[in-house]
Structures are given as C-alpha cells and as structure tokens.
Design a protein around this ligand. Sequence first.
Ligand SMILES: NC(=O)C1=CN([C@@H]2O[C@H](COP(=O)(O)OP(=O)(O)OC[C@H]3O[C@@H](n4cnc5c(N)ncnc54)[C@H](OP(=O)(O)O)[C@@H]3O)[C@@H](O)[C@H]2O)C=CC1
Ligand SMILES: O=C(CO)COP(=O)(O)O
Length: 331
Amino acid sequence: MAVLGGGSFGTALADISAANGHRVKLWMRDAEQVGSINNNHVNARYLPEFQIHPSVTADTDLAAVVSDADIVFIAIPSKSFREVVKKTGGLLSGKIVISTTKGIEPVTFDLMSQILVEEVNDARIGVLSGPNLAREIVAKALTATVIASEDDELCQTIQSVLHCDYFRVYSNSDVYGVELAGALKNIYAIVSGMGAALGMGENTKSMLITRSLAEMSRFAVTLGANPMTFLGLAGVGDLVATCTSDLSRNFRVGYALGQGDSLEDAELKLGQVAEGVNTLKQVKQKADELGVYMPLVGSLYSIIFEGNAIGVLVKGMMLREQKTDVEFMSR
Ligand SMILES: NC(=O)C1=CN([C@@H]2O[C@H](COP(=O)(O)OP(=O)(O)OC[C@H]3O[C@@H](n4cnc5c(N)ncnc54)[C@H](OP(=O)(O)O)[C@@H]3O)[C@@H](O)[C@H]2O)C=CC1
Ligand SMILES: O=C(CO)COP(=O)(O)O
C-alpha cells in the first residue's frame, strides 16, 4: 500500500493501515522528513508528538513507492494534486487509487477524482471523505469515514484495509456528492471560525451550521449531486466537525481573520493547507455563473477579497428578505 503525501492526514491513514497489518510506504518529497519517519517513526513537521506504527516507511522516490503498491491513497493538497499524479507517469494504471483531498481545481472546477479520471488510464478510483480531523484519528478517537465509489468491490477492499475498533468506514456510491461536500464544508469552517472569534453564542452557531448545510446542498444539487448525501457523514458530519473544532485549519484561518489578521498573516501563522480559501474563490465564481443563491459564500468572499466589514455584512444578511426553512420541501 502507498500513501502519497506525508502531511497530517496521509500520516494518519498510513498509521491505521499499518496497524491493520499492511506494509505501507509513504511518499514525501523532503529527505529530512523521510529520515525522521524511518529512523524515529515520527512525522516531526506535522504530528511531532505522535509515534507512527513501525510498518510505515517513507521514501522520496515516487516511482518506487507507487510501483510497489496495489492501493494508493493520495493526500496531497489540491493545488499540487494534478502535478503529483502526472509525475507518477502512468504507474497508477490498474491500481486502486483513492483521493482524500478536499479541494477544487481552479479554472477546470475539477474535483480530485475527476483529475484522476483525466490523468490515469484504467485505475479503479474512489474518494475518502468525512469528519476526519487527523489529530483526533492519531489519538484513536472513535471516528467514522466514507469511502465513495461506484465500484462496490473497491469500497469493500478499503473498508477492510482501514476498519478497526476506533475507525469505522461507511460506503456511498455518490462519488460526486461525497467529494463536493468535503470541499464545500471548508468554506463554512472559515465562516464559523470567524464567528467564534467574534464571540457568537450557541443560537448563532446553530443557525450558521444549518444555513451552511442548506447553502452547500443547494449548490451541489444544481451541479447534479444527490442532496441525500449531504445528510450523511461526508455532508452534515464533516460540516459539524470542521465548523466546531479549532483542530480544523480552516476554522483557525477564520478565527485569525475574525481577530483582525490579514489573510496572508492568517495563512502564514497556520503553516499548513487550508483548502477553503481557494474553494471559496472557485465556488463564488461558479455560483455567480450559475445564479445559485449563496449569501454566506458571497459575504465571506467580500470580507476576505474585497475588504468589506464583517459587521455590515452580518447586518445585511440578517435583514435580507425572509426565506423558507427547508427549501427542498417547498419544491
Ligand atoms: N488534516 C486533516 O484532518 C484532513 C485533511 N484532509 C485533506 O487531505 C489533504 C491533505 O491534507 P493534510 O495531510 O492535512 O495536509 P498537510 O498540510 O498536513 O500536508 C500536506 C502534505 O502534502 C505535501 N505536499 C504539498 N505539496 C506537494 C507537492 N507539490 N509535491 C509533493 N508533496 C507535496 C506536503 O509536503 P511538504 O511538507 O514537503 O510541504 C505535506 O506532506 C487536504 O486536501 C485536506 O483537506 C482530509 C481529511 C482530514
Ligand atoms: O477535513 C477535515 C476534517 O474532516 C480537516 O479540516 P481542515 O482541513 O480544516 O483541518
């Protein structure tokens, strides 16, 4: 088995699979980080306090790591996903390839599994998504995830590779819905982080999460996803986890923005990927093109990229025309 990307989530997945008896190779581009995993079983940059299972070894040689594996998980930020897949030079063909990346490619609006379809011949493709904060997983907190693929056998294989007494794997055949949900919720985690910095109460948190769910499912349904997927772990599950935890990098970026930091400073302080910032840009553009009503996306975009004041936008949103609660019921 191989995991491409040795950040916090790639490391967490490698550790679970190794503890389940698999020999796991982690591909990382940095030789020093590889040395730390092979010699000390520690990912010194991303999870320094955690001891990785000794059956996980790391390597900087991408071709060697991929050639050796029948299952390949990809945990590379969306910004570099296509570039890394291209670098594998056809070696992913015929393998089970699972994206764990929650992002959207600029210009193409491709999700990561769509990039895999475009770049790899004959791979069996799946998506892993759900409420999966990496630091909780490595601490063995009880966790559930979703493997999405139209290939039932693939889903069963991944369930058996990852399932253990603290990690439960559900399947779903709506690949597009599962993957889109994972990308979209990052936007709302930024909004929630911002709200937390401004001291919002429980009523406000609840309103924000519920209206986020309404907005993201409205957008996803316009693009052809199944709205029912949004009621599952990859939808409401991941939305709740990410919008309520300061372990979420997107939440933390929002918190820093709410405290008055610039986007640049907030991202710099974080030092890791917060996919929601790019996702916000892509979704704002697509929603404008398609005419989808997304007041939270519109407001967050104008705060971050157009310098509008949070207070003015909040007031504007609260005083908008009245809407129905569950819009799918009134169709
Ligand atoms: N962390 C989490 O809780 C979860 C994350 N995810 C998703 O998984 C994806 C990865 O996240 P995560 O592991 O947390 O990210 P991190 O920021 O922790 O790590 C990113 C990893 O990707 C590597 N990387 C980045 N760019 C390249 C490149 N061009 N070539 C090779 N390697 C590269 C980094 O290497 P280097 O250190 O050398 O820069 C690092 O190992 C994201 O889309 C995220 O949304 C999904 C579920 C949970
Ligand atoms: O996707 C995640 C949890 O499910 C991780 O969220 P962040 O990328 O915001 O840390």
